[in-house]
Ligand binder design. Sequence first.
Ligand code: NAI
Length: 299
Amino acid sequence: MSEVRLDGKTAIVTGAGNGLGRSHAHLLASLGANVVVNDLGCSVDGSGNSTSAAETVVAEIKEAGGNAVANTDSITDRAAVPNIIKTALDTFGGLHILVNNAGILRDKSLKKMTDAEWDAVIDTHLTGSYNVTKAAWPILREQNYGRIVITASGSGMFGNFGQTNYGAAKAGLIGFAKALAAEGAKNNVKTNILCPAAASRMTENLMPGQMLDKIKPEAVSPIVAYMCTEEISTSGAIFEAGAGNFSHANWARGKIYKTPNESGVATVDEIAAHFDEIIDMSDATVLDNPAAAMGAFMS
Ligand code: NAI
């Protein structure tokens, strides 16, 4: 049996009917957590719905000896989201962990993207994570205990062709999570960020078959489970995980060029003359909070 345990804790995992969410739900349950398996049962592009995805995973968890309950509300339906939280409270009597994982894709280059494709992706990832977190927040704050995982993506950190909607939503989630980390600090509510890579129905057309065989969702879930433990020391940290690799990613800043002008206002010619210096990242500094980021400019 694992030494790290989640006995007595109740977790909501959104989008837990497939892929990464299913794997996270299984692992959390195997560590002793009660799990609300939330899933709308939609297709990769967000269309349709079915109760079977969530119900199947609940049956699998119960079969393995764990505790789970299904919830099939959409994280984009603000009127229905409180029911996801209510399912945890009514079934298991509490809520301690929220893994925001549900997501969809509507990939198109900006030239071809419709407003509906933009809206659906922003609504699901960014606003959907906001909706569920906002509903869970008072409970976590008031009990002075909460662990939140926000699922971002390398697409939000670096940008992928055809994913302006998805990249914007995922980058937005990083800012959301880092602000939440600051807001939850006083009440022991820790929020960390996952940038995963795994084979799922979402990525099956984006990666070569051979690669998909090697990157199982199960290889990502251990760090998600660790983010949900009492002992996790970080909040607001970005973790990359895939194919058994785990790393901490962060923002970095290159050398600072400071104008010698008394007024503090550089000329455009000065920027042109010093541009190589400004873009030089060879001596970069890791930045992990707003005070450190702005402090160097203000000193
Ligand atoms: P998946 O398509 O296998 O699973 C996503 C699940 O979310 C589906 O079961 C779907 O029914 C559910 N869902 C979608 N909209 C929902 C809504 N409104 N309410 C409730 N449930 C909803 O996808 P996968 O790959 O497991 O992705 C999980 C998360 O990880 C997503 O946020 C995705 O953007 C992110 N991610 C995945 C990567 C990968 O390599 N698979 C890479 C980077 C990020």
